[in-house]
Design a protein around this ligand. Sequence first.
Ligand SMILES: *Cc1c(COP(=O)(O)O)cnc(C)c1O
Length: 458
Amino acid sequence: MPTDPVPALLARATEVLAAQFSHLPDFQAETAGADDAARMAEVLKDVAERLGDNYPYFHPLYAGQMLKPPHPVARAAYALAMAINPNNHALDGGRASSAMEMEAVAEIARVFGWVESYLGHLTSSGTIANLEALWVAGQVTPGKRIVGSEQAHYTHARISGVLRLGYTPIATDDRGRMDMNALESELRNGDIGTVVATLGTTAIGAVDPLDEIVALQSRYGFRIHVDAAYGGYFKLIESHLDGAARRAFEAISKADSIVVDPHKHGLQPYGCGCVLFRDPAVGRFYQHDSPYTYFSSKELHLGEISLECSRAGAAAVALWATQRMLPMVPGGEFARGLQCGRNAALALDSRLRGEAEFCPMIEGRPELDIVVWMVAGRDAAESSDRAHAIFANAALRDLHLALVQLPRKWFESDGRTGAGQDSMVTCLRSVLMKPEHEGWIGAIWEKLMASCASLKGA
Ligand SMILES: *Cc1c(COP(=O)(O)O)cnc(C)c1O
């Protein structure tokens, strides 16, 4: 593991924090005895040993699922906040951290072009953020259906079930983007309340044509919810994306609600999603009269505009610190990190295109920083088996990829295979979300090819 700056940073900051409470009478914590210290050290040794049973998510050779190490300043700020353990439900429980949450959320809203009027807050995940957005959607358009693409996150169908709202999946094109003809024929039924547009699908990073969805809105009258849990931060490098994806991101401020996950691309520890509404008046749906929440001030507290009650104030503190360190601006260091991952994806994709063993997507290069490719084979079963074998063999070489089931027709044109075009096939997948990935594509490629060669020899 790389040298960790967090312990030293934390020691210094802990002194600054402690000084602010030094006027209080001294007391001995029940957990601070010498015996406690020895037992805690023992337990922590066990914890460290148990944690070794993990893939090395922090390392550039981990190029599988959506896992990105939090920034050291986020880890340090989170750990520092643990000395207080604030709760951002209400100002009583988390004064400073609630203020920091509002500032951090304002910065995210500004990225999407919402400055003066919006409503937003952090959540414990993208799923809960989407739940809130669809809950509000159901309040605004009661009894109407929700639609999202077949590649939308699986939780949208589940959330709609929880909310007792109808949910219909819409077909995609061969790049995994919502098909506009299929959407429009669904809209003609007249009972669609909300269209979920995914900007960066979880499987392949496909970007739904939000600009075209917006163009249909005046004709059919529906809400637009943008699920940008994964891809939201790519707004910062939209001018470097290919045409269709760029146009989608340019339209994002027209959405009615947006979800983005700071714990995915925003360098945060888990427990940090974010939901934003363009119309702050939706706050009226949240009204509650909790006898437990003590209103120590007339100011808005976040529990009044959130479905969840207790939330980690530390998550807001970590996000605030990270944004202070790395401002969310085009051309800044944070944006450059996203660009590095995208460059890595393009480099891997172009290597795949030169290799007969592999079939990359026929319709074009990755839209964000996720690469998927099929392994050549006589049929879907053989391709899938070979993908599984390469996946397992690469892991033995410390290269960690992921597997994903996708329609076979995305990878092979009719001319090449003929039969079986409708079947699903297990493909290899690599999410290149760490800036370091750009410099490691050569090493990743060598290990991938070594796996292929060793399996052929077998
Ligand atoms: C990850 C993801 C979600 C779910 O977010 P969690 O934070 O994992 O709950 C929803 N939508 C998309 C597009 C995602 O990538």
